[in-house]
Design a protein around this ligand. Structure first.
Ligand code: ATP
Length: 297
């Protein structure tokens, strides 16, 4: 069967300026290059899952402006069903990114339309919750909307994957309705109020597992009372942008295919490893065939 994934999250345009240095307050400088690239964790993960072979629907919000138009077209071209994406009367989410010659950056994110995705928008689209296997969430849309998504998804008995990025405290009431909480190490640190108790305090409330991605080291996940570690694949890293999104996309697709936890993490790790060998965010996200070839079958 074709795995069905519903991604609920952000859709952004990243506007990137490259200059020798970051200007100081009030200063105007000439830059060297400009790039406009599709982004937003929600859109990235939706596209990742689609390239990895899932039938993907996206719930999110974009403005009625040209960025919104371009981003939706791009998702659609990559096989993501965008027919239920809301068009809000405000600007599409943007990230204004200044990068200097050393690769340091300075970023302003303006959520815009992403903030307009309301709990009611999800209630009006209940049927796509019912028609999916896995619901994937991040933290770039309003908290009340994420809460509503968790409520609906768990009500329909669907697997819920929450990637708590950017790092944000998670209401305890959500935990018992989340199957897989998947932070990176930094987000995991911020989630843990008392470090030593962290694994235990969070994971005992979750339905299935706490999965912590640890960059080039690998991934650890809880299984009952134990922690299992799966090392990352060894690759020549070029650009780690969107490694996390490739991982979440792959993990969700594998879960929707009823694969075991270990298989799902290996599939996701392979997708993420390929993504770090390539430049960019969405441009680096691999197709299923590439992951299968990379993993040797
Ligand atoms: P990013 O913000 O760069 O998109 P992240 O911080 O959300 O990523 P990470 O834990 O850094 O998440 O990476 C996610 C997964 O990507 C890792 O668990 C690993 O499987 C894979 N990965 C990341 N970096 C490397 C690397 N250098 N080599 C191989 N795999 C990697």
């Amino acid at each position: 069967k074709v795995p069905r994934v519903l991604v609920i999250g952000s859709i952004n345009m990243d506007l990137v300026s490259y200059s020798d240095r970051i200007p100081s307050l009030g200063e105007t400088i000439l830059g060297n290059r400009f790039a406009m690239v599709p982004g937003g964790k929600g859109a990235n993960q939706a596209l990742a899952a689609a390239r990895l072979g899932a039938s993907v629907s996206m719930l999110g919000a974009a403005g009625k402006d040209s960025y919104g138009e371009q981003l939706l077209q791009h998702l659609n071209n990559n096989g993501v069903d965008i027919s239920r994406v809301k068009r809000a009367d405000t600007s599409t989410g943007v990230a204004l990114i200044n990068v200097d010659a050393r690769g340091n950056n300075q970023i302003v994110v303006i959520p815009g339309a992403n903030n307009e995705l309301a709990p009611e928008d999800l209630l009006q689209n209940r049927e796509i919750f019912e028609a999916c296997d896995v619901v994937v969430l991040q933290m770039e849309i309003p908290m009340a909307t994420i809460g509503q998504a968790i409520e609906l998804a768990s009500g329909y008995g669907k697997l819920v994957v929450l990637n708590p990025a950017p790092a944000h405290e998670i209401p305890e009431a959500w935990l018992s309705k989340i199957d897989y909480l998947v932070p990176n190490e930094h987000e995991a640190d911020l989630l843990g109020h008392v470090k030593d108790d962290f694994y235990f305090s969070i994971r005992r409330h979750l339905k299935k597992s706490l999965v912590i991605t640890q960059g080039a080291k690998g991934v650890s996940f809880s299984e009952g009372k134990t922690i299992v570690f799966i090392p990352a694949l060894k690759v020549q890293a070029v650009d780690t942008t969107a490694a996390g999104d490739a991982f979440i996309g792959g993990f969700s697709v594998a879960l929707a295919e009823d694969r075991s936890m270990e298989e799902a993490i290996k599939f996701a790790s392979a997708a993420a490893a390929i993504s770090v060998t390539r430049e960019g965010a969405q441009t680096s996200l691999p197709y299923r065939k590439e992951v299968e070839e990379f993993s040797g079958g």
